[in-house]
Design a protein around this ligand. Sequence first.
Ligand code: AGP
Length: 619
Amino acid sequence: MCGIVGYVGKNESSTDFVINGLKALEYRGYDSAGLATIDKGKLKYLKDVGRVANLDKLIKNNGDNALKEIGSAKISCGIGHTRWATHGSVTKPNAHPHTNSASDIFVVCNGIIENYQEIREKLVSEGYKFKSETDTEVIPHLIDFYMKSKKADFYPAFKTAISDLRGAYAVAAVYADNPETIYVARLSSPIVIGVGDQEHFIASDPSALIHKTKKVIFLNDYEVAQITAKEAKIESLDGAKAAAQQVVELDYEAEESEMGKYPHFMLKEIHEAPATIQSAIRGRVKPAINTIKLGGLESVKQQLGLIDRIIITACGTSYYAGLIGEYLIEEIAGVPVEVQLSSEFKYRNEPLSRGTAVIAISQSGETADTIAAIKKVEDYGILKLGIVNAVGSTLARITDAGVYCHAGPEQSVASTKAFIAQVTILTEIALHLSNGKSKLYSPLLKELVDLPSKAEETLKLESDIKKLAQKYAKARDFLFIGRNYLYPCALEGALKLKEISYIHAEGCSAGEMKHGPLAMIDENFPTIALACNGPLLEKTMSNIEEIKARKGPIIAISTEGNEKIKTLADDVIYVPKTVEQLQPLLVTIVMQLFAYFVAVEKGLNVDRPRNLAKSVTVE
Ligand code: AGP
């Protein structure tokens, strides 16, 4: 997944905005970066492998004239890109922007052009020469081809070229003869237009422009736009639809996108857990009147009352939140739930009755697999709901209704506070579906209100957890075990550790251990055992004894007051008492901190782990 940024206006240098915007989007991809600006009708560009800071240094060092002009002049129009390689290795020629042979058209793209090979072959047969291995490079040449072969102006040629592309992409382009205009197009990959006073901004994600404006327009699929300082003219290439052109207000502050006093976004976002729970329950959980109110589901109240089955579809951490949701909704509301990985759900041929509701869970709202899963059922006449964090994102817009996480921007690749929000909201949805009939209804409403303070208590364990991380950071394997609500937690704990520390980690139902995984255990294979109070605690303690008998090191995460666990485990982290259904929220904070400090101990790039991207917008 890559990042696109652009600026057109009179109020600042497009270079400054683009460079700062790319830094904000580096979580989307960071193997190379580049920008193109139009200065007095001349297109200039700069690109290189490495981080955006490398580009910034090149500009500030004013290498040669081109750099001097890009860096200093108050240039009114420019686009930029930070890349996560899909087609073509990480090299300077493969970095964006890409240009035509006359170098009067520059294009950046986020996503995949699935039919780029056939387009490239057609252009080569027409005499076009390519400098990169990328799919994106076909776009400037294709525009050039249509301008020449159809004697067309830039914009009509741009639209024709875009119409030829198949895949999932967001494209931005500039043309030397139209020095005050940026052209954008969207099919499945996000692009947002920031509306300013005599200036407009574009970005793949609002966090790159929110410090300039909170008024934004989210482009829809098949929409293209001509953007000048004064206006953004949007039209739909899908003849059937008019362009939406709806200006919305972003629901968070710019500083929420910054790291503040923390060394990494991940630690900041872990520490936002109490505020995240608070935001997820605010205005929704009302124990004083024994009520749960989910405004986002009001519009589908009638249909929701008729569902007899729920499928939750998601990826990664969101999928594990969904697994906890399965336990919650089945126990509290008595509705059967099945959780499926989006990449599997999309290709399954299973019977889906009209009484089925599909819930997509996604922090970014842009995960291609989950979007594809929802698109699969869009004509099935079944209810499609979203639990999404990014306001206005694709999943928020293609589902019938949903509940926003309101967790604020999550920048670190490892999802932490979004998971906390998702599980909180799944608890609320379970309570909502129970219509107050569950014996858990009132206790859970009350406990949800007390949970932020218990999350604060859990965060105070940070220094103890840091010591544990330093003690175990050299291990090459970890097993995470838990039962019932804590089993999906174990899966999430394993994912958190492996994705930022690169250590092999496996989550397993504690009851399943003796059916195979126990064979791996020895003195070099530590286990993180989730052993909190509940009807299955004794069984989990027996599983811990099985591990101990094989000399496996044990780190237990248990409920405060459980003295017996100290006789079994090598190390114990105690979390505050809470109801079984909400234990995942506190236990997960401990595992997030553990994973974080192991990665720090190993000197790894915590927020930008290798090979990963924050939002996987390709299938
Ligand atoms: C989680 O830490 C990972 N970054 C990844 O598994 C993520 O949860 C997954 O890609 C789904 O992303 P989404 O919630 O934005 O859809």
